[in-house]
Design a protein around this ligand. Structure first.
Ligand code: SF4
Ligand code: SF4
Length: 433
């Protein structure tokens, strides 16, 4: 399912948790590692002969109830392909909401949208969307790799899926669920001309090409009918010491293997493009998070806030239902979701090993609030010491509010979002390359 968690924190319960000095707990639960797609970048592609698992409703349900009792407010039911088990996912969503989990997310590689010209397509999609919505799913993603349908469909091995998404989105909307398009940043964003820096190409020229490709992507998402978007930052399975992916969506293919210079250019372009499109499309990726990652990649600067993986956020593996700090610290299995005291003790450890958006984005958004709660003087000092980052962060918070906190059961309100759209020349906070 790519490494997708898409949008939405349980913002309604946010204030209470923050006042207690905690971030709302989040668990990414890999319900299955089975998949029917063939994405070249993913260890879970259908051609891979590895044995596959699924947690099962009974075991996963008991786990979710336990997580909820220990302060988890958001769960993400991911894969593999979660909708291979649509009934299970709906049952778990219902159980989670009853247990007090405020945000339940899941999504699809889009296979359910294939064969859209066959009779009964709309009814099938309406039934799936209704089941998810009625059982409490309030964030839902659909993966899309490229603005060029043929490139996306070839990579996924899912012919016809893009036209099916176009036909199926209004049906989802009519059921009261607004899916987010999920873009995993890779060279495929360039379409039939894979996005790669040319020999001798100036960094600024490559940044401009990235910007053009990303603009095409967001325009295409709007044209398909999406109202919301999420972005997965480029990550490769090889990483620094201590990095041990257990989530097989750690990407290994050449389409993910960006050089440091390319990564900086891509993040710069992403920041500018989001600034240009966030008035028309609810784009979850916070600019403050992108700026923090960019500063580290381009200049080795520490900006933003450390990851809450292993403290308030965890990952559960489909193979054996083991818990880890995240999908990328597989050498640090955990006994249980940390209770408040343990989480407070662990706050000194600040991991920045990877760019996993599922945890990095909410960590950067919540980090300043947690710091202000724990030590108002230090929190304020840090914000004042980097006013540029603080300004972008404050705007992100205002933007999230204008987007209804990314509750996918609510239609967008363009009049509230419009003021966040910036002209290209006014937009950039990021000027790395
Ligand atoms: S990226 Fe997602 S859809 Fe593609 S093979 Fe992996 S799990 Fe399946
Ligand atoms: S930065 Fe966060 S997601 Fe990445 S390895 Fe560290 S704890 Fe895990």
């Amino acid at each position: 399912m790519s490494r997708v968690c898409a949008v939405s924190l349980p913002w309604l319960s946010l204030a209470g948790d923050i006042l207690r000095g905690r971030a709302p707990g989040q668990a990414v639960i890999q319900y299955t590692d089975r998949c029917n797609a063939s994405c070249v970048q993913c260890g879970m592609r259908r051609q891979n002969p590895e044995p596959r698992s699924r947690l099962g409703v009974e075991r996963a349900g008991a786990l979710i109830e336990r997580l909820a009792s220990r302060g988890v407010r958001a769960i993400s039911l991911t894969g593999g392909e979660p909708l291979l088990y649509l009934g299970d996912v709906a049952a778990l969503a219902r159980l989670a909401r009853r247990a007090g989990v405020a945000s339940v997310r899941t999504g699809t590689n889009g296979f359910i949208f294939q064969e859209h010209a066959k009779p009964g397509f709309s009814g099938k999609i309406a039934a799936a969307a209704g089941l998810l919505r009625q059982n409490g799913v309030n964030a839902f993603w659909i993966s899309l790799d490229s603005p060029e349908p043929s490139v996306h469909e070839r990579n996924r091995g899912l012919p016809g899926v893009v036209d099916g998404i176009r036909a199926g989105l209004p049906v989802f909307h009519a059921q009261g669920l607004y899916p987010a398009v999920n873009l995993g940043l890779s060279r495929l964003v360039g379409g039939t001309q894979p996005l790669a820096a040319r020999d001798g190409e100036e960094p600024a020229a490559f940044t401009a090409r990235c910007e053009e490709a990303l603009s095409r992507f967001f325009s295409f998402a709007l044209e398909l009918g999406f109202t919301t978007a999420n972005v997965c930052y480029p990550m490769h399975e090889s990483g620094p010491a201590g990095y041990a992916p257990v989530y097989a969506a750690a990407d290994s293919g050449a389409i993910m293997d960006f050089t440091a210079l390319e990564t900086a250019a891509l993040l710069t372009a992403l920041d500018r493009t989001i600034a240009a499109y966030r008035g028309r499309l609810r784009i979850f990726a916070p600019r403050s998070s992108i700026l923090a990652l960019l500063s580290r990649h381009a200049h080795g600067l520490r900006r933003g806030h450390g990851c809450l993986g292993g403290r308030d956020f965890v990952f559960i593996d489909a193979k054996d239902m083991r818990m880890y700090p995240c999908g990328y610290r597989g050498n640090e299995p955990m006994e249980d979701f940390p209770a408040g005291g343990a989480r407070r003790r662990g706050r000194e450890k600040k991991c920045e090993l990877c760019d996993w958006e599922c945890f990095r984005d909410p960590s950067n958004l919540l980090g300043p609030l947690l710091e202000l709660r724990r030590s108002p003087a230090r929190g304020l000092r840090r914000l004042l010491a980097d006013k540029e980052w603080a300004g972008v962060w404050l705007e992100d918070l205002a933007y999230f509010r204008a987007c209804g906190w990314f509750d996918a059961t609510r239609a967008p309100e363009p009049s509230r979002m419009a003021k966040f759209e910036r002209r290209r020349e006014n937009a950039p906070a990021a000027e790395a390359v």
